[in-house]
Design a protein around this ligand. Structure first.
Ligand SMILES: Nc1nc2c(ncn2[C@@H]2O[C@H](COP(=O)(O)OP(=O)(O)OP(=O)(O)O)[C@@H](O)[C@H]2O)c(=O)[nH]1
Ligand SMILES: [Mg+2]
Length: 308
């Protein structure tokens, strides 16, 4: 009995091996694209059909701080997992992740990098949905496309980021004026579109100011500039030990000032010290990472918080 069982198993193993070797040739059809060495890797993800998604979930027009906060949270999760990301830039339903030139991640296999980053971003978007849209039920699963673009020089990388931020500015000025004409001015979508046709930036600023008393300069930098996420070492507000966090900035990327301050990015050093004593309050995104209530504002207020 024992012998016959052993014999049957041996036969099974033989046929499995035969079958494997017979079919194994299909593995040769798989290709692996390795990303060029010594070049900046940019992974850009973009929401699929977010025009519809934002309407279905009643996003505020033209900008919804909950939606932008959620995008930033999902992106920070990706940055936390993948330490080779030195900078991320987000606006509307898109995020760009910049991986340092020398990044050896997954042997620079394109598919691995692109799909892992995209799926972690997408699952995080769904995972954190309720933290941002408390009373809004997620009606259907959102999805994001992604692509990888390589930039060989620092100048190319900066120009890429300049392009995305300039796009943010152009779209936001247009959308702010468009929705003011509709929501405050009572125009139909078609009328607003016609009114804005052929207008330049100065003209849109003028419409906003003269018709609605809106000074575009006073709009939130979050809307005008998008969000730049950087890895920073900061002093924990309670015990002052150094902590690495993903810190959001809403500044001009195009000017040299940004690059003069954040000297670690282009040499590919992923993190840098950051003294936040001059900011009014730590951003919510940072407080969440430190598991702190958003009542904590500055180290000098930490004693009060610690007592609570
Ligand atoms: N109301 C509102 N809409 C937003 C916000 N953020 C993104 N959107 C919507 O998302 C769209 C993003 O633009 P696209 O990516 O070009 O459009 P899409 O519908 O996602 O189309 P595909 O990316 O081609 O699938 C915007 O045009 C808006 O309709 C927001 O904060 N508020
Ligand atoms: Mg989209």
């Amino acid at each position: 009995m024992k012998n016959s069982l052993r014999f049957t198993n041996a036969i099974k193993r033989f046929y499995t091996k035969m079958a494997n070797s017979k079919f194994e040739y299909v593995k040769d059809f798989e290709t692996q694209e390795k990303l060029l060495p010594n070049s900046w890797i940019v992974v850009r993800i973009d929401g699929k059909g977010f025009h519809k998604f934002s309407t279905k979930h009643n996003f505020n027009k033209p900008n919804d701080t909950r939606a932008l906060g959620l995008m930033n949270r999902a992106a920070a999760t990706v940055m936390n997992e993948y330490k080779d990301i030195v900078l991320s830039y987000g606006v509307s339903d898109e995020y760009s992740f910049v991986l340092r030139r020398q990044c050896p991640l997954y042997n620079r296999r394109k598919d691995k990098i692109m799909t892992y980053l995209n799926s972690l971003f997408t699952s995080s978007y769904v995972y954190f949905w309720n933290e941002y849209f408390h009373d809004v039920k997620l009606k259907y699963p959102p999805s994001f496309d992604s692509r990888i673009v390589l930039y060989p020089t620092d100048e190319n990388l900066r120009d890429y980021l300049n392009w995305r931020q300039a796009d943010c500015h152009i779209n936001n000025l247009y959308n702010t004026t468009f929705w003011s004409l509709i929501l405050k001015g009572g125009l139909t979508n078609c009328e607003a579109e016609q009114k804005l046709c052929g207008t330049d930036s100065a003209h849109k600023n003028e419409i906003l100011f003269s018709e609605f008393g809106i000074n575009y300069n006073n709009e939130l930098d979050l809307f005008k500039k998008g969000t730049i996420l950087l890895r920073k070492n900061i002093k924990h507000p309670l015990h002052e030990k150094s902590r690495q966090v993903i810190y959001p900035f809403h500044e001009d990327l195009i000017r040299d000032t940004f690059w003069d301050k954040n000297t670690n990015i282009l040499p590919g050093q992923v993190s840098q010290e950051f003294d936040y004593s001059s900011v009014d309050r730590l951003p919510e995104l940072v407080l969440k990472q430190l598991h702190l209530s958003d009542k904590v504002i500055r180290p000098d207020e930490s004693k009060d918080v610690a007592k609570e």
